[in-house]
Design a protein around this ligand. Structure first.
Ligand code: ATP
Ligand code: MG
Length: 354
């Protein structure tokens, strides 16, 4: 079977370490393996507007930011179609028909939506577009015949919804030929990386929560943020035994530290396990671990920052790439839209005798 990959991000801010570890890293791996027929990355501006209706400028300005973050992180726009969601207007048509296959109570049970409603204070002022975004996201996924999607853990309920719509469409319209493909989400095997915690140690790292280290942060900002990161509230004196679980500094080390970093920055320890053991026993201070993490992150972010600086000299080229890719994505979506309408029996041109 053909492999078609699709993922995306909302242009609500720059991309952060959570995006990298939860999804971007896998996207780059899949890109470099090259085992796909089509590969799309969607900048989900339409979805971003569902909770930012009055912040159009924020969404608009972040489209180019997210595109630059992709390229800086290692996405190659000659291998991957990076497009802008709102420029593929066919997606709205899919959504219009899919909405008839989903109940409101089903959407209200979606655990990610439930959490996001609370986080955004939408309990008594819930935009219909927002509660409906899993349906709209199912359109994005199904419209392109997506087989696999590397995503963070919060997206699993969205894929469940998309798969339900796939089945419901087939049951309702009994297409003679398959119109859609059953999509599968790929998440990191490491639970902590499916939902990298924010610097506060409470919520997931998220653009909307202000608890993120961004791929575009400069050295000074990274240093300040790491120094304030949550560790272990009971680890007060250096001699106190410390806790690794829930300690975001160690979670970030799990995600980004490589064995060679010890030889380079912290030669007293051979590997992360030795560092963790010392911290758990007591006698290792937070500052030392945080300084090590700063070095590790600097090593990771330096090449990304360098590529970003180059991108900034080619903004128009990047916009033109996005516009052209959106045109191509639109053609692909249109082809499947016609198939869908045929299957539903609403391609009225077929009624003409000739
Ligand atoms: P917003 O706060 O606007 O929703 P976000 O930071 O949650 O932004 P999204 O654009 O919603 O980012 O998510 C894009 C992709 O990145 C999704 O696949 C999502 O699961 C993944 N992702 C986002 N945050 C994290 C995180 N902290 N850990 C792992 N994956 C994440
Ligand atoms: Mg999100």
């Amino acid at each position: 079977m053909k492999n078609i990959i699709l993922t995306g991000d909302r242009p609500t801010g720059n991309l952060h370490l959570g995006h990298y570890i939860g999804s971007l890293q896998k996207r780059i791996e899949l890109q470099n393996e090259g085992n796909y027929d089509k590969y799309y990355i969607m900048i989900a501006d339409t979805q971003a507007l569902t909770d930012n209706a009055d912040r159009v400028d924020k969404v608009k300005n972040n489209i180019i930011q997210v595109a630059i973050d992709y390229i800086s992180a290692g996405i190659d726009p000659t291998k991957v179609n990076i497009f802008i969601q709102s420029m593929v207007s066919e997606l709205h048509e899919f959504t219009g028909y899919f909405m008839n296959l989903v109940t409101l109570s089903r959407l209200q049970r979606n655990p990610t939506i439930k959490e996001e409603i609370k986080q955004r204070g939408f309990e008594t002022s819930l935009p219909i577009g927002f509660i409906n975004y899993p349906v709209s996201q199912a359109s994005d996924i199904l419209a392109f015949g997506t087989t696999i999607a590397p995503v963070g853990g919060d997206q699993l309920p969205m894929f469940e919804q998309a798969r339900e719509i796939y089945h419901s469409f087939n049951n309702t319209y009994q297409p003679k030929e398959e119109v859609f493909v059953l999509p599968k989400a790929i998440v990191s095997e490491n639970k902590a990386f499916q939902r990298l915690p924010g610097l506060d140690g409470k919520l997931k790292m998220s653009k909307s929560a202000g608890n993120s280290i961004y791929l575009c942060d400069d050295s000074e900002t990274v240093k300040e943020k790491v120094m304030k990161a949550y560790t272990d509230a009971n680890h007060i004196k250096v001699t106190d035994p410390g806790q690794i679980e829930g300690n975001v500094v160690f979670t970030y080390l799990d995600a980004f530290c490589k064995e060679h970093h010890f030889a380079e920055f912290l030669p007293e320890y051979k590997n992360l396990q030795e560092l963790k053991d010392h911290y758990t026993r007591g006698g290792l201070g937070d500052v030392k671990v945080k300084k090590f993490l700063i070095n590790v992150l600097e090593d990771f972010l330096k090449p990304i920052r360098e590529r970003r600086a180059k991108c900034l000299e080619h903004i128009d080229d990047i916009y033109n790439m996005l516009f052209e890719n959106s045109r191509l994505a639109s053609l692909d979506a249109k082809a499947r839209l016609e198939k869908m309408k045929d299957a539903m029996g609403i391609n009225y041109k077929n009624l003409l005798s000739k």
